[in-house]
Design a binder for this molecule. Structure first.
Ligand code: BGC
Length: 367
């Protein structure tokens, strides 16, 4: 097959935020360890919208544009001559972050980078995957089994909560006895829903809190997985704390910085609060520092931030997506509330539909 020289893509101008546009970019050469991939679909996430609105995002050196998109499922088209474990037609995804030379990156954990000079596909100095074809080094390719063809685009967002829960497990190695039985997930966007499913799959009692009252699509998904959905307009977090007893884990994925502090107060003794929302500076808040501080100290509580994910999280996400599908057949597909083709009005992705969960850009339809 003759390899494509250029590829259509969806990009932003980081210097002129506010809109996305269609563009065409060259397809990089496939080096000896490279993999050329044809995109099936790409998920749109909150980070993409922040890039569109100019809160983050840097274009690659020498380019005014940044192709966005970092939640991808694609099919291998061709591989370099040193790649022996992938064949044309295999399904793949890819990790997001590429290391700099800092000791944490060199040790194999770019998701724990300390220098901050990392690159991220679709976010920082590397084009993303909202493009018909892309090339990536085998080192960053994640093989995806065929049975995940319809849901595999959720692997990357699932890795965010896989890493979060792995952090909790690592932190709780401090405990001689710890049996998490009660979790509160703050936020019912894609990350909140996937976190809910992950903890439900472990048999833990999960309460997922979000603003929108029921009925709504997110509430129906979390309830079908056996979690309890609570609207924060109807039940205060203080009331929830009194009802739920000792809360072992709080996952904060609402996107609201103020909830980090609410989460500290919600958390029970020996518990872990994981903060997952990247939020803008400038949101000022008056807090009862005395109460929060004493609660954390006297309760041996831990507050941890978590971003991005490592290879082990991608491997675990591949396993868990399959597990979710057998536990709750068809449930994950209900997260896909909108499917756009490349030729549709993709500028609409800049706006979040309040009741929508995950928008997908379907590239297969453009062939
Ligand atoms: C991605 C992460 C990335 C982060 C910050 C998130 O949307 O899932 O992989 O590290 O944005 O750039």
């Amino acid at each position: 097959m003759s390899l494509p020289a250029t590829t259509r893509a969806i990009a932003v101008y980081p210097d002129h935020p506010g809109a996305v546009h269609r563009t065409e970019i060259p397809v990089p050469q496939v080096g000896p360890t490279g993999v050329l991939v044809q995109t099936i679909r790409v998920g749109v996430c909150g980070t993409d919208r922040e890039i569109i609105h100019g809160a983050l995002g840097t274009s690659p050196p020498g380019s005014r544009e940044l192709v966005i998109g970092h939640e991808v499922l694609g099919r291998v088209v061709a591989v370099g001559d040193q790649v022996h474990d992938l064949l044309a037609g295999d399904l793949v995804s890819a990790t997001v972050r590429r290391p700099d030379g800092c000791p944490a990156c060199v040790a194999g954990q770019p998701d724990m980078c300390i220098a901050g000079d990392y690159e991220e596909r679709g976010i920082v100095r590397q084009h993303g995957f909202m493009t018909e074809y892309w090339v990536e080094d085998r080192a960053w390719i994640v093989p995806v089994p065929k049975h995940l063809e319809s849901t595999g685009v959720l692997i990357e967002p699932l890795t965010v909560v896989e890493k979060a829960v792995r952090q909790v497990d690592l932190i709780q190695e401090r405990m001689a006895w710890w049996q998490p039985s009660t979790v509160v997930v703050l936020g019912a966007g894609p990350i909140g829903i996937l976190g809910t499913l992950l903890l439900r799959a472990r048999g833990i009692d999960v309460t997922t809190v979000a603003r929108t009252p029921q009925p709504n699509p997110a509430a129906s998904i979390v309830e079908q997985a056996g979690a309890t959905y609570v609207s924060s307009r109807e039940v205060s977090l203080d009331a929830l704390r009194n009802q739920r007893g000792n809360i072992d884990i709080v996952l904060e994925c609402s996107g609201a910085s103020t909830l980090a502090f609410e989460g500290m107060h919600l958390l029970g003794a020996n518990g872990v609060l994981v903060l997952l929302s990247l939020t803008d500076a400038g949101r000022m808040l008056e807090v009862d520092a005395g109460r929060i501080n004493t609660g954390i100290v006297a309760g041996n509580k831990t507050v941890v931030g978590s971003v991005n994910a490592g290879h082990e999280d991608f491997a675990q996400a591949v396993d868990d997506l399959g597990r979710f599908e057998s536990l709750w057949p068809g449930l994950l597909n209900r997260m896909f509330t909108e499917r756009l083709a490349f030729d549709d009005d993709v500028t609409s992705i800049a706006r979040k539909d309040a009741r929508g969960i995950k928008t997908l850009i379907e590239f297969d339809q453009t062939r």
